[in-house]
Write a protein that binds this ligand. Structure first.
Ligand SMILES: Nc1ncnc2c1ncn2[C@@H]1O[C@H](COP(=O)(O)OP(=O)(O)OP(=O)(O)O)[C@@H](O)[C@H]1O
Ligand SMILES: [Mg+2]
Length: 358
């Protein structure tokens, strides 16, 4: 057992896809010339997207987690259910399976020594609707976490009205709402929408907002700029003025920054969480892969909130879970082991904003 001390449960909803990765023999021809045949090995299959990453991370930490991704009744949808069911049969029970659409998938072409190429089909994720979601009657349910609007057409269209409906439904059931983003491809349809207007419509319904700084700067129409606490405070104030309760900005290997409003959802211990701002660097680990680090960091924060940790401790738990995933992506340690490692004085990453005098 992972030893997490909470009965509270959580819904993780939104983007899910099946990642299909042909394996390449070490000496495979890595030049992808049209008209040639390249012999490859078996097809590696895994689930990706918020629902799979943050959802399975929370499950592994011991949080009672309900997954709500939208898939079809096709072969790929069945494979998504099989992979989730292999982790635990309970993880498939709230998945939304529709008829006659295409399950979202990515084909990952990654020959040895060559930059990866993705072929991505948005499929069912483009049609995710608030009406697809039936909130389970679970008295332990506290939070609904959602990601990634920029790759879900029904969610990024019409200034986010569909997501507002979903969050209104969650609030009516007494749940807090949480939102993660992903990067917007400027060349795609999502690249041409007015993200400031979208944020102004959606954020008043968001209790916890957990994007990465780069994603948010793009949406705010701001150029990349040098990272310092002044920038974080200014962006934090902007987002909180638009209605967010708690903002956690992910800063890559610089860690995370938290800023909170003076009014929060009842899920948060008001004495501890009102009007806070804290920066927390990463913990140092040997990097195996930073893929999905953001999603695992969010899972750490959500688990910490559900167990009632105050803000600074919750941030350490967030970067602790993130760093653990970066170190051993295939096997997340249990919640209690991560807490022990933090309590013993886990060394912080050399990159910190404070030490640089910012
Ligand atoms: N080298 C590292 N060592 C330890 N932790 C790391 C490292 N790199 C990233 N992290 C953790 O992972 C988080 C991911 O941050 P990032 O800003 O990349 O989010 P993201 O863009 O949402 O990531 P993702 O691409 O995984 O969705 C950081 O906030 C940090 O906690
Ligand atoms: Mg992310």
């Amino acid at each position: 057992m992972t030893g997490i001390n909470t009965d509270h449960s959580i819904i993780v909803a939104g983007h899910i896809c099946l990642d299909l990765t042909p394996t390449f023999p070490p000496l495979a021809n890595t030049v992808l010339n049209p008209g040639t045949l390249i012999r490859v090995g078996e097809m590696h299959r895994s689930v990706g997207g918020t629902v799979a990453n943050t959802g399975l991370a929370l499950h592994q930490l011991g949080v009672n987690t309900r997954l709500m991704g939208r898939i079809s009744d096709d072969l790929l949808g069945d494979e998504v259910l099989r992979l989730l069911g292999k982790v635990s049969p309970t993880l498939t029970r709230d998945m939304i399976q529709v008829e006659d659409e295409s399950t979202s998938y990515s084909v990952v072409i990654a020959p040895p020594g060559v930059d990866r190429l993705f072929l991505h089909c948005p499929g069912c994720n483009d049609h995710f609707r608030a009406s697809d979601v039936t909130l389970p009657s679970d008295p332990n349910l506290r939070l609904l976490h959602f990601g990634y609007p920029p790759v879900m057409r029904s969610i990024y269209s019409h200034d986010g009205r569909e997501l507002v409906s979903l969050f209104e439904k969650a609030h009516a059931a007494g749940l807090a709402t949480s939102l993660d983003m992903c990067s917007v491809d400027p060349m795609s349809e999502a690249g041409s929408i007015d993200w400031c207007r979208w944020l102004k419509t959606v954020l008043p319904h968001v209790d916890l907002f957990v994007p990465s700084l780069d994603e948010l700067l793009f949406m705010l129409g701001e150029d990349e700029q040098s990272l310092n606490l002044k920038l974080l405070q200014r962006i934090g104030k902007q987002v909180i003025d638009w209605g967010v309760g708690v903002l956690m900005l992910k800063l890559g290997d610089y860690g995370v920054y938290l800023q909170t409003a003076d009014q929060l959802h009842a899920l948060f211990d008001q004495d501890a969480w009102l009007s806070q701002s804290h920066y927390c660097p990463c913990f140092e680990v040997e990097v195996a892969s930073t893929n999905g680090a953001g999603d695992y960091t969010i899972a750490g924060l959500l688990a910490a909130i559900l167990t009632g940790q105050p803000p600074q401790q919750a941030l350490r738990s967030a970067v602790g879970v993130g760093a653990s995933h970066v170190q051993t992506p295939a096997q997340l340690p249990g919640w209690r082991d991560i807490q022990k490692r933090i309590a013993k004085g886990w060394k912080q990453h050399e990159k910190t904003l404070i030490q640089q005098g910012n």
